[in-house]
Design a protein around this ligand. Structure first.
Ligand SMILES: [Mn+2]
Length: 434
């Protein structure tokens, strides 16, 4: 089953404990992935042997284990192919400087039971696109209203919910959100995906996939802050593998379906949806805000029509209501939402790597988002391509992104109409000083 040349090593940071006081049985845990096995203590000889990389041939020569046991050890993340050792070295995520909602480590996350919640995570990586988007997670968190909320934490991390005494007044939408009596509602921030400068992008991708899978396994909703748009593919891939039929709502100036003439299709920030198209689970892709003008050489371009893909250009959207823009989309399937800030006009959101003139206004994306989160079942989302501020301290791209992100994160909380901005209970008397 395994390649005889392939080398294996033991996973870092395993926890080893004796089972029930016996000296012959041990439980070996992988803290990062929260997997474990119970095995005869003799297996520790193998783990010791695999501190250095060895092939299956060498392992068999020591009569340590056979290939079936090896398969099980690989599946439970006790042993790794040697080339993947660096994947686990830095862990899956590291704590971010600021958190949106309640901060939650990967270890905490895997302890949680399922609940109505969103799990935010950042991917500060822009290696497959225009440089600058690595700043996206930090910049976007900075403008979130939900930043640094103290959570309630009970039973050794078993419950992490929002503070019960906080109310959020969204004056622009005339809504008031209260977390009271919503003890199953949590907004968690798992931090940023670990990335060691110079390491392979495949490692970053695999960490994203691991995290998203862990979030989905607990019926929670992953929300990624990019990073460049290529990172979308790692998260979207897991969702497409989970749901047999899923739609994608995609905001962008570019269609991000650019392909290479060779069929190799290396992942770039310009083609995550060309990868998604290969999945039979993709039921539809509706794009909003496109406006590029391009040329194709007839020789290399093979125009194929994919009936699953439809779009409204930024120009067309100028004359459309949000409801019109969402016509024809099946409301009975789950959706992934991918928001690239360059869909917004660069005068309003200049901090992005591939600006295109024209574009949607802040209120156009605001209204579209408001319509989408009220009517569609969003099972995963990302907000990408926010870069560092161009001038001065205000990052307008991050500001808009954070506003839309907060809207999504609050979307499942019951809200009431905000009639007035005055929220003191008793009536104000004329002549009375405030
Ligand atoms: Mn894009």
């Amino acid at each position: 089953m395994q390649d005889r040349e392939k080398q294996y090593v033991v996973c870092p940071d395993l926890l080893i404990e004796l089972v029930g006081g016996s000296k012959n049985e041990v439980r070996i845990r992988n803290k990062v992935f929260r997997t474990w096995i119970e095995a005869p203590a003799a297996l520790l000889i193998l783990l010791d042997f695999l501190r250095q990389p060895h092939t299956m041939e060498e392992i068999s020569a020591q009569s340590l284990i056979d290939e079936d046991v090896m398969g099980m050890l690989l599946a439970r993340w006790i042993v790794l192919p040697a080339e993947k050792r660096e994947l686990l070295g830095p862990g899956i995520v590291c704590k971010a400087k600021d958190s949106i909602g309640v901060s939650c480590s990967f270890d905490d996350l895997v302890k949680l039971g399922s609940r109505t919640s969103f799990v935010v995570f950042g991917v500060p990586v822009d290696l497959l696109g225009s440089p600058g988007a690595h700043a996206g997670p930090a910049q976007t968190r900075l403008y979130s209203l939900l930043r640094g909320m103290e959570g309630v934490c009970e039973g050794e991390g078993e419950t992490r919910v929002l503070p019960q005494d906080v109310e959020i007044l969204d004056v622009d939408r005339r809504k008031s959100f209260s977390f009271r009596d919503q003890d199953r509602y949590a907004i968690l921030d798992a931090g940023d995906i670990a990335y060691v400068r110079g390491e392979s992008i495949a490692n970053v991708g695999e960490r994203i996939e691991r995290l998203v899978a862990a979030v989905l396994a607990r019926q929670m909703t992953p929300v990624m802050i990019g990073g460049d748009h290529s990172m979308t593919w790692f998260s979207l891939k897991v969702l497409l593998d989970t749901y047999p039929k899923m739609g994608v709502l995609h905001f962008d100036a570019h269609h991000d379906l650019y392909f290479s003439p060779s069929d190799l299709l290396p992942l770039r920030n310009s083609n995550p949806f060309a990868h998604a198209r290969k999945s039979t689970s993709l039921a539809c892709l509706r794009q909003f805000g496109l406006r590029t003008v391009e040329y194709y050489r007839k020789k290399t371009a093979s125009k194929t029509l994919d009936p699953r893909i439809s779009y409204w250009s930024a120009r067309e959207l100028q004359r459309m209501s949000p409801e019109e823009a969402l016509v024809g989309l099946d409301r009975d399937i789950p959706y992934y939402l991918s928001f690239d800030i360059d869909c917004v006009c660069p005068e309003e959101a200049p901090e992005t790597g591939s600006p295109v003139c024209g574009g949607l206004s802040y209120y156009q994306v605001f209204e579209l988002m408001d319509a989408i989160i009220g009517k569609f079942d969003i099972v995963g989302a990302d907000f990408v391509e926010v870069a560092s501020p161009k001038t001065g301290p205000a990052n307008r791209a991050a500001m808009i992104t954070a506003r839309l992100l907060d809207m999504l994160l609050l979307s499942r909380i019951l809200s009431s109409e905000l009639d007035s901005y005055l929220f003191e209970k008793r009536e104000w008397q004329p002549g009375e000083l405030p």
